[in-house]
Design a protein around this ligand. Structure first.
Ligand code: GAF
Length: 440
């Protein structure tokens, strides 16, 4: 019988139990690849993506790496398309994970971290020839802090996706390519990874994380219009608009309060935005998504919304405005304005959207009251996680020291901090095709 091991001699799924299939790897071309996908920080534009709004995130220098090999074997063209996956993660090194999925597979009732991998691979089955089996063996390693609001899950999905695309080669995205039009691999990848998370991992996330991780180009933030998935690269000005304003950097601080968007509150916010949109449509049917509404519309629709729903709508509407303005101020080098928008965004998330928590508010308070800081706010889904702070470059080290000591004094908890800058999105570090027979 065959033995299933990562990079083992005998790699076979239960569907390959005849002699000819044994060690098929010896006679089919094998591709090896190393795929990288970063984590992300959102400068501003929070909880706006799932209502078709605007976000302004950037990729960071912490990444997930997926490296290994894969091949495609075609059996009987009447069979379903399948994948046989054997993988291991440096984060849980003692267990070798084995998964077999096919076109008719359904998500597990209780998702785990491996579901992010399986759900992502599932999205690529339609790219395979009929009756094909995709065989993947890979290792996962990375340094995106887990559960800290820096998008470790989306980073994993996108790294797996980029790896699978490398194995599938030119047939990746074949159906989207056939549709013609403006085909962009990074957009389709982002949509597929979001679908994996929504449908397989029980998480109703928006598109922001997968989009920035998939599409970021080094050195730029991306203003993303989440309704049409349109990306506008946005660079910070090289100089300050006001000569007295010192040039800033971005500091990320981790509250060490674990954040999860699969938990109860995130889906509740998504549902509340839906309720708000339906109420607003009663006064103006042209409001298709919250991003089409104004504060005046909210005022007019008050009789259809309770106070909580009004507050949620107000956050989203004002956050969209702040995000568009922040993009312009960043490009102009008006750091004070950017900082004020960040501070206002935090207040709105804390008071209207209610996605902050005591520890994160303390971190933001410490930063906002430190000299040299332009602005500070919670970044990501909330209920814990990280803050992002725009601070005079020369004050960044002192700020981080101050945050660490002050936060420890006020909460008893450590807060790891780092300076960051817009990094590169998903990419391949290496790709090799070889046919073992030919090589020998
Ligand atoms: C999480 C989600 F995954 C994103 O889609 C987004 O909604 C974010 O929270 C809040 O802006 O990261």
């Amino acid at each position: 019988d065959t033995v299933k091991t990562l990079f083992g001699k005998h790699f076979s799924s239960s569907s390959l139990n005849n002699d000819s299939a044994e060690r098929l790897e010896d006679v089919i071309p094998v591709t090896t690849a190393i795929a990288v996908a970063p984590g992300r920080v959102n400068l501003i534009g929070e909880h706006t993506d799932y209502t078709g709004g605007f976000v302004l995130p950037f990729a960071i220098d912490y990444s997930t790496v997926v490296y290994g090999k894969g091949s495609i074997v075609v059996h009987d063209t009447n069979d379903e398309r399948k994948a046989f996956i054997s993988f291991v993660s440096a984060m849980s090194p003692d267990s070798l994970e084995i998964a077999e999925i096919s076109e008719s597979s359904t998500p597990p009732e209780i998702p785990s971290w491996t579901t992010y991998v399986e759900g992502t691979v599932f999205q690529y089955l339609p790219d395979l020839p009929k009756g094909a089996e995709l065989r993947l063996e890979f290792c996962i390693a990375g340094d995106v802090p887990l559960g800290s609001g820096l998008s470790s899950s989306a980073s994993l999905e996108v790294a797996v996706a980029r790896f699978v695309e490398a194995i599938i080669g030119e047939n990746a995205f074949s159906s989207e390519q056939q549709d013609g039009g403006d085909f962009s691999p990074s957009k389709v990848r982002a949509l597929r990874c979001q679908k994996a998370e929504n449908e397989w991992c029980d998480s109703p996330c928006g598109i922001m994380d997968q989009a920035i991780i998939s599409a970021a180009t080094g050195g730029s933030l991306l203003l993303i219009d989440c309704r049409v998935l349109d990306f506008t690269p946005t660079k910070m000005a090289n100089e300050s608009l006001h000569s007295d304003d010192p040039f800033p950097v971005l500091v990320v601080a981790n509250s060490n309060v674990k954040h999860s968007i699969g938990g109860g509150e995130y889906p509740i916010r998504v549902a509340q935005c839906k309720t708000a949109t339906e109420a607003l449509q009663k006064v103006d049917p042209n409001i298709l998504m919250l991003r089409d509404a104004t504060l005046e519309d909210v005022e007019n629709a008050k009789e259809y919304m309770d106070d909580v729903i009004c507050k949620r709508a107000r956050h989203v509407i004002t956050e969209n405005e702040r995000t568009i303005q922040a993009k312009e101020e960043l490009e102009r080098g008006d750091w004070k304005q950017v900082g004020e928008l960040m501070n206002a965004s935090h207040s709105s998330m804390r008071d209207d959207y209610e996605v902050s928590c005591e520890e994160v508010d303390i971190l933001v308070d410490i930063a906002q009251n430190f000299s040299g800081v332009y602005g500070s706010r919670l970044t990501g889904g909330g209920f814990g996680g990280c803050t992002v702070t725009l601070v005079d470059e020369e004050r960044a080290i002192d700020l981080m020291e101050h945050m660490k000591t002050e936060y420890k004094t006020r909460t008893g908890t450590d807060c790891p901090c780092f300076v960051t800058r817009p990094a590169r999105g998903a990419h391949l570090l290496s790709l090799t095709d070889y046919n073992p027979l030919v090589q020998e």
